[in-house]
Write a protein that binds this ligand. Structure first.
Ligand code: NAI
Length: 338
């Protein structure tokens, strides 16, 4: 399902199609492959022609998921690894996607997951540093605003941190923004691009609706409602699942989509741009050195970090509310590693 053209149209409408063959070998590992996100994500990655080999690891159930997914009739090899086989799972991987950890229950914030997920993510990052220090790491586990600095700090301690290779996956915010805006203005989501910047939790999610013709059509109370829905869309799912977890299917879609964008960049395609939460100089002078803004992806990972562009006064107010919260989240992650 992830033909290049289809995937291309999802989040980077301006990017150009790359014509040469995908000669590079892309081994992708999913850590947490047995979970609510991990299973459909593994399936979608099996459908991505840019993935040549899939390595599925979890403390529970990954060999079963691998056996199942391996029957899908695409070319990639799939191997499942049991709890004590993390090192083997990481051998030779180019990209590591991490959805391992606990999800929210009703009434919880993403930050409430910190105590459990911080150590899970740190230990997995330490294993990547040991076995595949040059791998690109895509962090899905929440709270992303803190888990990404934890991964970066862990790699730094191991002496292998490269800011071009660590990404927080904020794609679901973009996916939701496109969908909700297109519902509001009656367009196709495919043609309704929205840039979302900041972080990945409530008020740190800043959609820049004023930057497109469609977004400009939404004003006043409607704008406020739409922004709130984009910022807190995850809560709709948590509430509807009623204790059984948070977004898994739409997240798997978003995670596979971002992975596809990275693989296209790694393959040499030019002009692949997607918002992602990375080590970022834009607000570093305010002590906020991780931030999601549109990032150009290339053969080394992060190729170029784009500024957020012109924003409206209302969006500036959103950004003003985002930054102090984001700073706290980042500092919490850094303190955990220190
Ligand atoms: P889940 O509980 O269904 O699955 C998590 C999986 O991680 C389980 O299979 C579990 O066995 C595994 N796991 C736990 N510790 C592990 C370890 N040390 N090594 C390997 N695997 C381990 O949870 P779900 O719904 O898949 O969510 C996973 C994470 O993704 C949560 O932290 C959730 O908050 C986050 N999430 C992030 C989103 C984003 O936009 N970035 C959106 C939705 C969820």
């Amino acid at each position: 399902m992830f033909t290049r053209a289809a995937a291309r149209s999802l989040a980077a409408p301006s990017s150009r199609l790359f014509s040469s063959s995908a000669a590079r070998l892309h081994k992708v590992a999913v850590l947490g492959a047995g979970g609510g996100i991990g299973q459909p994500l593994s399936l979608l990655l099996k459908s991505d022609p840019l993935v040549t080999s899939l390595s599925l690891y979890d403390i529970r159930g990954a060999p079963g998921v691998a056996a199942d997914v391996s029957h899908v009739d695409t070319g990639s090899e799939v191997t499942g690894y049991a709890a004590d086989q993390l090192d083997q799972a990481l051998e030779g991987v180019k990209v590591v996607v991490i959805p391992a950890g606990v999800p929210r229950k009703p009434g919880m914030s993403r930050d409430d997951l910190f105590n459990t997920n911080a150590s899970i993510v740190r230990d997995l990052a330490a294993a990547v540093a040991r076995i595949s220090p040059e791998a690109h790491i895509l962090v899905i586990s929440n709270p992303v605003n803190s888990t990404v600095p934890i991964v970066a700090g862990t790699l730094e301690k191991a002496g292998v941190f490269d800011p071009r290779r660590v990404f927080g996956v904020t794609t679901l915010d973009v996916v939701r923004a496109r969908r909700f805006l297109s519902e509001a203005v009656g367009t196709s989501p495919k043609n309704t691009g929205v840039t979302v910047v900041g972080g990945h939790s409530g008020p740190t999610i800043v959609p820049l609706l004023s930057q497109t013709e469609w977004g400009k059509q939404v004003t006043g109370e409607s704008w406020k409602k739409l922004v709130h829905r984009i910022q807190f869309g995850g809560d709709e799912v948590v509430k509807a699942k009623d204790g059984a977890g948070s977004a898994t299917l739409s997240m798997a879609y978003a995670g596979a989509n971002f992975t596809n964008h990275l693989l296209r960049g790694l393959s040499g395609e030019k002009g692949v741009i997607a918002p992602t939460f990375v080590k970022n100089p834009l607000y570093a002078d305010q002590g906020i050195d991780f931030f999601s803004s549109p990032v150009e992806l290339g053969v080394n990972g992060v190729e170029k970090i784009h500024p957020i562009g012109t924003i409206s006064a209302d969006e500036q107010a959103l950004l003003d509310a985002c930054l102090p919260e984001l700073k706290k989240n980042i500092e919490k992650g850094k303190a955990f590693v220190a």
